[in-house]
Design a protein around this ligand. Structure first.
Ligand SMILES: [Fe+2]
Length: 288
């Protein structure tokens, strides 16, 4: 299986041809990155001043926009920044609901982020270091099996690509790392939820995914030896994947917009491909 599947579309708005929709969902759910080389997110001339790392406050990882419209981690409140991120979010919703009409009923638009800082050489603790291969997992927001899909556009004004590594298939990674993941403690999860450290009760699935995330990042032998493919996403291109399934590492690049979606497993074309179903098959028990 190729890590990348190219889709030749040039509009954020459907309708899209039936064969394009069929290819897109098959590739996405099987763990490919869907690459849209002819789909730029075009900034407006008045948005050019937003292409500066100075807009980032330095706290958290990125500037983010809640679906409610609340901007976080920007160094200053700018309505232009908010408007650009809002427009990107609307474009992303339009594309994803047009390409995956079966998802529409339970697709949840989550956070939008703007990543104006060069990521190569950024100092992060090993657990927060996204230049190491990992699957996404949320420490404070229990997903209980729901999917995490992310869509990215490189809006760099020059010729600087976003460079990723993509690793081995989810099941191969889990077969190696899962035996090392410590079982969760129901009492500790209850305490975290009761003291509002987590937004609701974490399921065994959430603990397992966090364990896979942390153990893979901390294992430098795994990081070195695991098979990986380098992908360069040029400016003016868009890509998306299930980041809870695709082992990915963002190595370098600057000025990327990202939209996160959450989705019920039942809405998938092939629910058996969801990480929760793969892990339940491996462990022989229900995880959420
Ligand atoms: Fe990630």
């Amino acid at each position: 299986m190729d890590a990348l599947q190219t889709l030749d579309i040039s509009s954020w708005t459907g309708p899209f041809a039936e064969d394009q929709r069929r290819d897109a969902i098959a590739a996405l759910e099987s763990g490919c990155v869907l690459f849209l080389p002819r789909l730029p997110f075009a900034l407006r001339p008045e948005e050019a001043p937003l292409l500066t790392p100075d807009l980032f406050s330095g706290r958290a990882k990125n500037i983010s926009l809640d679906p409610s419209g609340k901007l976080k981690h920007a160094s200053r409140e700018t309505s232009a920044l908010q408007a650009m991120m809002q427009r990107f979010a609307s474009s992303a919703v339009s594309l994803v609901s047009g390409l995956f009409p079966g998802y529409a009923a339970t697709l949840e638009r989550a956070r939008t982020s703007y990543r104006p800082v060069e990521i190569a050489g950024r100092k992060q603790s090993p657990i927060h270091d996204d230049t190491r291969l990992h699957v996404d997992a949320f420490p404070t927001r229990p997903m209980r099996g729901r999917r995490i899909m992310r869509l990215f556009s490189n809006v760099h004004p020059g010729d600087v690509p976003r460079v990723w590594n993509v690793g081995e298939p989810f099941a191969d990674m889990a077969a190696k790392i899962l035996p090392r993941v410590k079982p969760s403690s129901a009492a500790a999860n209850w305490f975290r939820a009761a003291t509002f450290q987590t937004r609701g009760l974490r399921s065994p699935y959430d603990d397992m995914m966090m364990g896979l995330h942390d153990n893979a990042k901390l294992d430098m032998d795994y990081q070195r030896a695991t098979p990986k493919t380098e992908i360069r996403f040029p400016p003016g291109t868009t890509w998306l994947c299930y980041t809870d399934q695709v082992m990915h590492a963002a190595l370098s690049g600057q000025f990327v917009l990202e939209q996160t979606f959450h989705l019920d497993v039942a809405a998938m074309g092939e629910p058996a491909r969801a990480p929760i179903r793969v892990l339940e098959k491996m462990t022989g028990r229900s995880l959420a």
